[in-house]
Write a protein that binds this ligand. Structure first.
Ligand code: ZN
Ligand code: ZN
Length: 428
């Protein structure tokens, strides 16, 4: 089943699909790349079909799912590609983060979704390239108005110390200074994490079932017991997200009949060796013994036969993508996205489209409807009297005029901390 599109135009089409974000309709045949959308019929007209996704501008239909690649890369950081993170939005308004790998939160924030809705995280396993930016979500949302606690789902391990509960409880210990000080200065609840650990051995077990969205888990085989893969079902659609794994029987069984199937494939052994800096003995194992090679990825997709396949977990560039693409095409000739960060798929019963998000590098957190409560007065001040005594009253007074104006505008008179502080400082 060797794929025949190895000529220049096929390569150009693949590059266009990956880099320019051309609008692609992906049913029944391998992707056909269209250069642009529709026809502009007068000089003041607008292009009728969008072939890029502008974050924050498109409402989903009730029976639609949007998937955004917020991280498709590797444990070694790269400016252009964060580590594994997949945002799945369902037509009922729910948002789910599958993995939150190192560096991925900058892409998540660029989707212009208020933090109050970004409170559900599903971890495929506990390698840092799949959970390393949990700190950025946790503290970023806390400082930018999220009033609710985070909810994290993740697998157990062979022992309690290898499970998600242990990881999250010890994450909160790692960030203890941050947690104590923000709990005092801001408000405590957003610093809490609701931990939902489930059995990594569970086969197709339901781990989430709310508001018409069902998420299931089954085991993966990677570097130790614990990793899993997930499916999300909504409105008769099924998205599968494979965490790091080698080809395994569970994936073949439970990823069947999915609309969009996301699965890792690694760089070729020589790419690990020559580009990623690995010794030769590690390079071929990393590719092909505890991860999935392009050829094996293709074989998996030919077996589960998704409407559309998405491959990730390799640095995607000129030097890597063609050998990886051709490796996949040795064993799979169906619809395929060679994913990179900010690639977006809209999934309905009728069609699946692939586009690139046109996101700003300078995104701010977008304000939601929720209002964070004021500080909890019962929490002790983490600043001692000794450190507090070093405040310089004239330094504070320099901002009085500006603050008076701001407080008046915002009707904050009853929260003025200055008189008491100035009195205290002057008494010294
Ligand atoms: Zn891993
Ligand atoms: Zn990984």
């Amino acid at each position: 089943m060797r794929h025949i599109r190895k000529n220049f135009s096929a390569r150009l089409a693949v590059a266009a699909g990956m880099l320019i974000g051309a609008f692609v309709t992906l049913d029944s045949i391998a992707p056909t790349v269209h250069a642009a959308g529709g026809q502009v019929t007068d000089p003041t007209g607008i292009a009728p079909d969008r072939y890029v996704y502008y974050p924050g501008t498109e409402a989903l239909a009730k029976d639609e799912i949007r998937v955004v690649a917020c991280g498709t890369g590797m444990p070694s950081s790269r400016h252009g590609q964060a580590a594994s993170c997949w945002l799945i939005e369902t037509g009922n308004g729910d948002k789910f983060l599958f993995d939150i790998g190192t560096g991925s939160m900058a892409n998540v924030v660029a989707m212009m979704i208020p933090y109050q809705y970004l409170d559900k995280v599903f971890l495929s396993h506990l390698h840092t390239d799949h959970m390393g930016d949990i700190d950025a979500l946790w503290a970023g949302g806390w400082t930018a108005g999220r009033p609710n606690a985070l909810r994290v789902w993740g697998p157990s391990g062979a022992t309690p110390e290898m499970g998600t509960r242990y990881a999250m409880e010890h994450f909160l210990k790692f960030v203890n200074w941050d947690k104590v000080t923000r709990s005092y200065k801001i408000t405590p609840v957003p610093g809490q994490i609701e931990i939902n650990e489930f059995d990594y051995k569970g086969e197709n077990i339901v781990i989430y079932d709310e508001d018409g969205v069902t998420i299931r888990s089954w085991p993966a085989i990677h570097a130790g017991d614990g990793p899993v893969s997930f499916s999300l079902e909504y409105a008769g659609l099924k998205i599968v997200f494979g965490g790091d794994t080698v080809p395994n029987k569970w994936f073949n069984k439970y990823a069947k009949n999915a609309d969009l199937v996301i699965h890792e494939a690694m760089m070729m052994p020589e790419q690990w060796r020559d580009l990623y800096g690995q010794p030769a003995q590690l390079a071929w194992r990393a590719c092909c013994e505890f991860h999935t090679s392009p050829q094996s990825f293709g074989k998996i997709m030919s077996t589960v036969k998704p409407r559309h396949a998405v491959v990730y977990h390799f640095f995607n560039e000129e030097a890597t993508r063609y050998p990886i693409y051709e490796g996949i095409r040795e064993t799979y000739d169906g619809p395929l996205s060679m994913s990179t960060d900010l690639m977006v798929w809209n999934v309905t019963k009728d069609k699946i489209t692939e586009r690139m998000a046109a996101a700003t590098d300078d995104a701010w957190a977008v304000k939601g409807t929720a209002i964070q409560p004021p500080p909890d007065k019962g929490i002790p001040n983490p600043i001692s009297a000794y450190i507090d005594s070093g405040r310089w009253v004239e330094g504070f007074q320099a901002q009085d005029e500006m603050l008076d104006k701001y407080m008046k505008e915002n009707n904050l008179q009853d929260q003025d901390w200055r008189p008491a502080m100035y009195e205290q400082l002057k008494a010294k």
